[in-house]
Design a protein around this ligand. Structure first.
Ligand code: ZN
Ligand code: ZN
Length: 422
């Protein structure tokens, strides 16, 4: 479809300073000037025209765990939340540790996906941390990164070899950091875990491995990316490493700068996630890391589960939240409108930096780029209803909370994949 988007405030690193100007989409690409007529005109007066968001970390549960989510429902939820591309983790069944599974995900996404889907390959076979996965063959099939996410790579020796091997293919390893000897708990270790009589997971469980990855990356001169940073100590380790020139990047998720361990009150399993929700001091440190550039991107870690997996005793409940449809409003409200960051920086965190890490051409609105666009309303207020998302799963901790901002149109390669008309 040939589309004209008019009257919107355009924010894109490749388009100069933010301002009201038209964006033309012709044959699926952004153009600055054209004499071809449009099939449709979107009046974006009062709205913002941004590069589509790229989620660098989500779980689509397909293949094998499709009672939780599948590629069709997961990407429908992502499109509704303003994402034009998502990168899905390898902890499916079977594990995405070989070219056949990568091919399956790409083919299915091509057929039923609303957004682009970039598979992330496992570092190790069956996520067991013993034998390298088919990294070369998966690279040929189009993976964008490597990760055993869901599980830590326990052996430092194995991680070192994996970093070296991955670098031959220009792939970064995304490290899910937790020391297995310290993670036998159900929530953050502290005041609330004591009050609730639950075993806690200390911040050190995460920080020990963040430090290890930093040391390995530094000694090899290779890059590494830290998944879902949740503690003050992790932010400090990454900040100091970056200052020394270590090739380290990291991400956090909206829940780590909007919620604290207190959300687990009343044994609320909807607030159970790994790494766990931390303290107010950690939350402040995450905000500082976002503000000063230590944190490179914000990802959802969208982790759909069946209701039955959450409606059990707290210690036994599954970890994780769905996150596609709450991410933009939470970033808008808690980062942009709270004055922590500018809109340019938000676009860096959600589009530019994920594209850079994966080597994608999208993430900007530059002329000739694929037309992956988000048209967003920053002021619309609505109440989050966990039963009303496009995801198959309902496990969100934000039920009943007022959200500010929403995706009005999500456009992938010139096709409108989500539209919210009031
Ligand atoms: Zn993880
Ligand atoms: Zn994850």
């Amino acid at each position: 479809m040939n589309l004209d988007i008019i009257n919107g405030t355009v924010v894109g690193p490749a388009t100069g300073p933010a301002g009201i100007r038209p964006v033309y989409i012709r044959d699926g690409k952004i153009t600055l000037a054209t004499d071809k007529p449009a099939d449709r005109v979107i009046d974006a007066a009062g709205l913002y025209v941004l590069p589509g968001m790229i989620d660098a970390h989500c779980h689509l549960r397909d293949p094998g765990l499709v009672y939780k989510e599948d590629i069709a429902t997961g990407t429908a939820s992502a499109a509704k939340g303003g994402f034009t591309a998502v990168a899905c983790m390898a902890n499916t069944q079977p594990v995405c540790d070989n070219a056949a599974v990568v091919g399956y995900i790409r083919n299915k996404a091509e057929r039923v996906g609303k957004t682009r889907v970039h598979p992330i390959g496992a570092v190790s076979k069956n996520l067991e941390g013993r034998e390298l996965a088919e990294i070369g063959l998966m690279a040929q099939e189009g993976i964008v990164a490597l990760s055993d996410d869901g599980k830590p790579v326990v052996s430092a020796d194995f991680m070192r070899k994996a970093m070296q091997y991955a670098s031959d293919f220009g792939l970064v390893i995304i490290s899910h950091c937790e020391d297995p000897s310290l993670v036998d708990g159900a929530m953050n270790e502290g005041e609330w875990s004591t009050l609730m009589g639950l075993r806690g997971i200390p911040a050190a469980a995460e920080e020990i491995q963040v430090a290890r990855e930093t040391i390995l990356a530094e000694s090899l001169g290779l890059r590494v990316h830290i998944a879902h940073v949740s503690t003050r100590g992790s932010v400090r380790i990454v900040r100091e490493a970056k200052a020394r020139g270590v090739k380290i990047t990291c991400e956090t998720c909206p829940h780590y700068f909007t919620l604290t361990e207190e959300a687990c009150k009343g044994y609320n399993t909807l607030a159970k996630v790994n790494p766990p929700l931390r303290t107010e001091d950690d939350r402040q440190a995450i905000l500082e890391g976002i503000r000063d550039g230590t944190i490179d991107m914000i990802v959802t870690d969208h982790a759909p589960h069946h209701e039955d997996e959450k409606q059990v005793e707290f210690a036994l409940a599954a970890n994780g939240f769905i996150g596609f449809e709450s991410a933009f409003p939470l970033m808008n409200q808690h980062l942009l409108q709270a004055g922590v960051i500018t809109l340019d920086r938000l676009v860096e965190l959600t589009s530019v930096n994920p594209a850079k890490m994966f080597g994608l051409e999208s993430g900007t609105l530059q002329e000739g780029a694929a037309a992956d666009v988000l048209i967003a309303d920053l002021d619309d207020e609505w109440v989050f209803d966990r039963f009303a998302t496009a995801s198959k799963a309902k496990n969100a901790p934000y039920h009943g909370m007022t959200m500010r901002g929403r995706a009005r149109w999500t456009i992938v390669g010139g096709d409108i994949v989500h539209e919210f008309i009031r």
